[in-house]
Design a binder for this molecule. Structure first.
Ligand SMILES: C=CC1=C(C)c2cc3[nH]c(cc4nc(cc5[nH]c(cc1n2)c(C)c5CCC(=O)O)C(CCC(=O)O)=C4C)c(C)c3C=C
Ligand SMILES: [Fe+2]
Length: 413
């Protein structure tokens, strides 16, 4: 049975983690020992299960939610500053948001808690904050806007909804428990009151942690393993490809930061599902069941783009998604893809409103997403099964040190 602590509104479970289950760098299963030391000596309380007890520390050089393994539930929320809200108001908001995020990711109740996630533990909650281009003019910080935060160019085939694109501020919320994710979303929305209004919200999901016998690549709504050939955080060159280069001067506030490109990409599932599986595999260039490249091997075997079949045809077709998107086809352009599926029921035309909340992380969107998407829009066999329906790009500053808030180096210097 669950026990809540009177007056503090936090479950004792939150303070007693479970052993095991921290599958990734930066994650701590039962990583709440500090909290547990604050007067909670009970040993008759059942501990949180591994999913609930896993915490991802909020503070660090980089914000969380970039290299953190994708959680089961995700909410992407964009806000616009209210008229009259300038730099000081934005600083106050980032301070409130960071304090709430720091508390919730540690399994503590934030200020003004509504207690809807009392007994769930942190459940790998991450909260990631970003700034859109429009933020800088409204806060009189135009001279601090980095050159890499370019306007997104149009691409052939785009069908963008302006009202679900862009935004002054962005929050990515991820957690392995749905109540924890919704709780964080609602708390952060309430904390914005008076300063910023919600512009759009999109809700997504991935496979539940623990549903498979071992952590494995997520499967998207087309049925493919998606994320296999992502760059690995421990690989040489990863930081240079994904995180902004350290600088001094007006853009030093982005040290440790990254750029997020967010695209809501609807999948034309009724058309896709009519295609035989072997044709679907040719479109991607990988086996649908195992994720192995059509050049052979297992999911993790390096792709051989030069491999030919006995009949002399390319094993991975010329218009296969993984060929056209590969760094080798794009001057080395590398992205870290970390998205969420969405499934929002039927559209008025009867087709499923379903697809991918595609999020790409990179050191520079011009040499990252924009370069690759230009190529894909013209040459990728997958394109005819997709519609890009919203688009945004955000500068995501480095993580906050303990006692400071995300974006402080921008807003207070
Ligand atoms: C602009 C970049 C990309 C968009 C947009 C994009 C959309 C998209 N992709 C899939 C499914 C898969 N993509 C896969 C690999 C892959 N995709 C991109 C880029 C974009 N994808 C890259 C750079 C790569 C890696 C290429 C490589 O070097 O091998 C795969 C294969 C498995 C994997 O490696 O992740 C799948 C499957 C969908 C469904 C989609 C839009 C909805
Ligand atoms: Fe892709």
């Amino acid at each position: 049975m669950e026990e809540s602590t009177e007056g503090r509104g936090i479950s004792r479970r939150c303070l007693l983690g479970a052993a095991g289950g921290a599958g990734a760098a930066g994650m701590a299963a039962g990583g709440l020992a500090g909290a547990a030391g604050r007067g909670w000596a009970g040993d008759d309380v059942p501990p949180l299960a591994a999913v609930g007890g896993t915490s991802v520390p909020f503070h660090g050089r980089h914000q969380v939610g970039i290299t953190t393994p994708p959680q089961a539930y995700g909410h992407l929320v964009a806000f616009d500053l209210r008229p009259g809200a300038g730099r000081a108001a934005a600083a106050g908001l980032m301070r409130r948001w960071s304090a709430a995020a720091e508390a919730m990711t540690a399994g503590r109740p934030p200020a003004g808690d509504d207690q809807i996630a009392l007994d769930a533990g942190p459940s790998s909650l991450t909260v990631t904050f970003g700034f859109g281009r429009s933020f800088f003019a409204k806060t009189d910080l135009g001279d601090r806007m980095p050159a890499a935060l370019v306007p997104m160019p149009p691409f052939p085939g785009d069908a963008l909804d302006h009202f679900r694109s862009g935004g002054d501020l962005w929050i990515q919320i991820g957690a392995d428990d749905p109540l924890v994710a919704v709780h964080a979303t609602r708390i952060l929305h309430k904390a914005a009151s008076g300063t910023a209004a919600m512009r759009w919200q999109m809700n997504g999901f991935n496979r539940a942690r623990g549903a498979t016998d071992r952590p494995r690549t997520v499967r998207n709504l087309m049925g493919q393993l998606d994320g296999t050939n992502n760059p690995h955080p421990f690989a040489p060159g990863f930081d240079a490809e994904i995180f902004a280069a350290d600088t001094t001067g007006p853009h030093a506030w982005m040290n440790g930061g990254s750029y997020a490109v967010v695209r809501r990409i609807r999948m034309l599932l009724d058309t896709w599902e009519k295609l035989p599986v072997d044709r679907q595999e040719q479109v991607i260039g990988r086996r649908k069941d195992t994720g192995a490249p059509l050049s052979g091997g297992t999911e993790t075997t390096p792709v051989n783009l030069a491999a030919v079949r006995p009949d002399g045809a390319l094993a991975i077709p010329g218009d296969a998604h993984i060929r056209v998107a590969a760094p080798a086809s794009n001057g080395g352009a590398t992205l870290l893809r970390r998205g969420f599926s969405y499934y929002d029921g039927p559209r008025p035309d009867g087709a499923p409103d379903a697809g991918l909340l595609f999020i790409a992380w990179q050191a520079d969107p011009t040499t990252g997403f924009i370069q690759v998407q230009r190529k894909l829009a013209g040459a990728d066999g997958l394109t005819r099964f997709l519609r890009h329906e919203s688009s945004a790009i955000f500068a995501v500053p480095g993580g906050a040190a303990s006692g400071s808030y995300v974006g402080q180096a921008l807003l207070e210097s």
